[in-house]
Design a protein around this ligand. Structure first.
Ligand code: ASP
Length: 466
């Protein structure tokens, strides 16, 4: 007999079926044992007369039985299968579950992060987590479909790369073939996506994994996923309009509710004056209750800021005491270009950066890029880089800018953050299948860990303890 899915049993009253799934719950009534069998499509009550007594919760079972209508007084209107049940004829335990280290009958928020992540494969079985990951998949699909329709090409970029200057520390990977040298894991595909514009693709996107060695916060780890987009022959307004259309379409496709069809555009100075920060929440109390998403753009940021001496990455980048606020590859606003090229009045130069905010969070950011060598060179000069340091750092970009690079711009949208808001959750970790713990340990598997002497030797690495 081939497998029937639980959702299809309502159409099979009076028929014999084979079901496979997990034991969601079990009630023993003397000779009769009731279990709710769960598969990816739903749950159904199964009734075993004189059998199934030994079946344990969360075991995987296969059951053959007859789909029957329930007596009128036992119909449960709340369940799609509440009017039927399965009369068990035969069953087999495919994998017996021992006593579970976690309870699965709550939303999980009452359980500590450590046990939830150590047994994440169990934690993910709860309905709330299933719903979030399915929402994430649906949302990613809506994004992909929208972008494919608009002629974007999905292209992967390397994971082993060189420092990409997104303002965080790099994760380094030692090279075995060139001992003493290191790759960096990408903080974002920024430079590669720009080089794809040089390569003539004109419209690129990728659901990109980005890895930044940032100080951990309760709700985030070292990795995140961004919807990374880049377009050629565009100005700031055109990128914003294209992205706004994408966000609105994908949000609606997963049933999200938007406050505005046209996202308000707020000047950075005005945002600071009005809200005290550049990630503000435009929702009313009522809208907060009903899960509305209030998107807005923030524009006209300062390009540079004074280096925060407590931030090692900023100190490294801002040799002159100035560093970039968002992205060193951005173009200044046209009216500030002259000042940028003359390196005058640095603090007043504004960038073409646009940030997308939603419900008090930054959910995306991008800019029109410098595509002329002298503009990028000057950005690094402002930060105090010598000619040699500029060449070593972005010489490859400058070369590309000398062989026909079109004007271009793009954005990265935080996929984890958007899904978090759509799901009405408060932690990014709830949107990621296997997130890291707040102390930087991997879910389920125990990393980081020590490696053997042999492996270190191969890499030319000695651990020095102080
Ligand atoms: N690369 C930038 C980031 O990851 C986004 C962008 O400007 O496209 O923050």
């Amino acid at each position: 007999m081939t497998r029937t899915l639980v959702a299809d049993t309502t159409k099979k009253i009076g028929e014999s079926v084979l079901l496979q799934g997990w034991v969601d719950s079990k009630r023993d009534h003397g000779k009769v044992t009731f279990i709710d069998l769960r598969d990816r499509t739903g749950k159904i009550q199964c009734v075993g007369v004189g059998m199934m007594g030994e079946v344990t919760i969360e075991s995987v079972v296969q059951i053959e039985g007859l789909v029957k209508e329930r007596p009128e007084n036992l119909v449960n209107d709340k369940e799609p299968t509440g009017a039927i049940e399965l009369e068990v004829k035969a069953y087999e335990i495919l994998n017996k579950a021992e006593e579970l280290p976690l309870t699965l009958d709550t939303d999980g928020k009452d359980i500590g992060e450590e046990p939830r992540l150590r047994h994440r494969y169990l934690d993910l079985r709860r309905g709330r987590m299933q719903d979030i990951l399915r929402l994430r998949s649906k949302f990613s699909r809506a994004i992909r479909e929208h972008l494919y329709d608009k002629d974007f090409v999905e292209i992967e970029t390397p994971m082993l790369t060189k420092s990409t200057k997104e303002g965080a520390r790099d994760f380094l990977v030692p090279s075995r073939f060139q001992p003493g040298k290191f790759y960096a894991l990408p903080q974002s595909p920024q430079q590669y996506k720009q080089l794809l514009m040089t390569a003539g693709f004109e419209r690129y996107f990728q659901l990109a994994r980005c890895i930044r060695d940032e100080d951990l916060r309760a709700d985030r780890g070292f990795e995140h996923t961004q919807v990374d987009i880049e377009m050629s022959f565009v100005n700031r307004d055109q990128v914003m309009a294209r992205v706004e259309e994408l966000v609105k379409d994908a949000v609606k496709k997963v049933g999200g509710k938007l406050q505005n069809e046209k996202f308000p555009v707020v000047d950075y100075d005005e945002a600071i004056k009005k809200y005290g920060e550049d990630r503000f929440d435009l929702r009313t109390e009522q809208e907060k209750q009903d899960g509305t998403l209030a998107f807005a753009w923030v524009v006209n940021f300062p390009f540079f800021k004074k280096v925060d001496k407590a931030d090692a990455a900023e100190v490294r980048d801002g040799k002159s005491g100035w560093t970039f606020t968002h992205n060193p590859f951005s173009m200044p606003l046209e009216e500030d270009l002259e000042k940028h090229l003359e390196m005058e009045d640095i603090g007043s130069i504004r960038t073409t950066q646009y940030d997308l905010v939603c419900n008090g969070y930054e959910v995306g950011g991008g800019s029109v890029r410098a595509h002329q060598p002298e503009v990028l060179i000057n950005t690094f000069k402002v930060m105090g880089y010598s000619d040699e340091e500029i060449e070593a750092s972005v010489g490859h970009m400058l070369q590309a800018f000398r062989v026909g690079t079109p004007p271009h711009g793009g954005i990265a949208l935080g996929l984890d953050r958007l899904v978090m808001l759509l799901a009405g959750e408060e932690s990014l970790k709830e949107t990621i299948a296997f997130p890291m713990t707040s102390t930087g340990r991997t879910a389920v598997m125990d990393a980081p860990e020590m490696v053997g002497e042999e492996q270190l030797k191969e890499l030319g690495i000695k651990i020095v303890s102080d």
